[in-house]
Design a protein around this ligand. Structure first.
Ligand SMILES: C[S@@+](CC[C@H](N)C(=O)[O-])C[C@H]1O[C@@H](n2cnc3c(N)ncnc32)[C@H](O)[C@@H]1O
Ligand SMILES: [Zn+2]
Length: 276
């Protein structure tokens, strides 16, 4: 995995890694004690990175297994036997770890800007490393090294997806399909962050990628009040709890629940090949 990384200051390869990363020109980056290496050297806008609370909610919710069908669909969508899988906006590394579980010879690289997420991602799988990076900047990853790029509910930098993928590599973009969390969206008035994104996704990736397949998986999840709180607060809605009464509506809904609430989960995984 370290072989695919490039110094974020001068783009030179890193030398044999010790505790951290050091390039031939002497730029060095220490490993945090939680195991990830931060290659960032510029500040990132406030509100970009997932917070400790969001990551805690995400860890708890993903641990309940309700999104396991998406992890399975991602692994099913990987062709052949990959060497390097890069997860762009990996969060806790949950999906990367499930893909690595499927391919015993593969190593993984989790990129994220959130320190709280990186602490989890660094421990997500013995064959994965975690790097602090802003996906909107040119990535500290060598050209044509990744067999698979995963992008799950995370920012999409098409030019960098294209640059780091091997010529026959595959980009797997996952996100919500129609009806995802629909029962909560209507009751709580959740952000419809994804509406129109499908069309924009095609437009964003258009000149760099060709769509090969699009698969969906839909399930009914029986959520406890705590799980409802987690699924709402692990994503971008967390930034809006104190606005527009969302926090109050969430508290009312969970307080009124006597048992579980049936909620639809629905995901798509779109596989893309690099255009030449
Ligand atoms: C909705 S979460 C998804 C995380 C993970 N893929 C999952 O589905 O569990 C989005 C992730 O993207 C990260 N992120 C947002 N903007 C980013 C950026 N500009 N560069 C790197 N990571 C970013 C956040 O910190 C967060 O971990
Ligand atoms: Zn350097």
């Amino acid at each position: 995995m370290a072989r695919a990384l490039r110094c974020s200051v001068c783009h030179a390869p890193f030398e044999a890694p010790g505790n951290g990363l050091r390039c031939g020109r002497g730029h060095s980056f220490d490993a945090a004690k939680q195991g990830y290496v931060n290659l960032l050297h510029a500040k990132v806008a406030a509100g970009t990175a997932d917070t400790t609370e969001m990551v805690a909610a995400r860890t708890a919710f993903l641990g309940s297994g309700f999104y396991a069908p998406l992890a399975g669909l991602l692994a099913d969508s990987v062709p052949g036997e990959p060497d390097l899988v890069v997860d762009a906006g990996a969060g806790t590394g949950y999906y990367l770890a499930r893909v690595l579980d499927r391919f015993a010879a593969a190593t993984g690289l989790a990129l994220d800007v959130s320190a709280a997420a990186l602490r989890k991602a660094a421990k997500a799988h013995p064959r994965a490393g975690a790097i602090g990076w802003n996906l909107w900047e040119p990535w500290p990853v060598a050209d044509a090294t990744a067999d698979v790029v995963l992008n799950v509910f995370a920012p999409r930098n098409a030019a960098e997806f294209h640059r780091v993928l091997c010529p026959d590599g595959v980009l797997l973009v996952a996100g919500p399909a129609s009806g995802h969390l629909g029962e909560l969206a209507s009751t709580l008035g959740l952000l419809d962050a994804e509406s129109g994104k499908e069309k924009r996704l095609g437009a964003t990736l258009g000149s760099h990628f060709e769509l090969v397949s699009r698969r969906e998986t839909t399930h009914a999840a029986e959520l406890t009040a705590e799980q409802v709180r987690h699924v709402v607060t692990m994503g971008p809605n967390a930034h809006h709890l104190h606005r527009d009464g969302l926090g109050e509506r969430l508290a009312e809904l969970t307080a009124s629940m006597t048992g579980t609430l049936t909620v639809t989960t629905s995901f798509h995984v779109s596989a893309y090949r690099r255009s030449p």
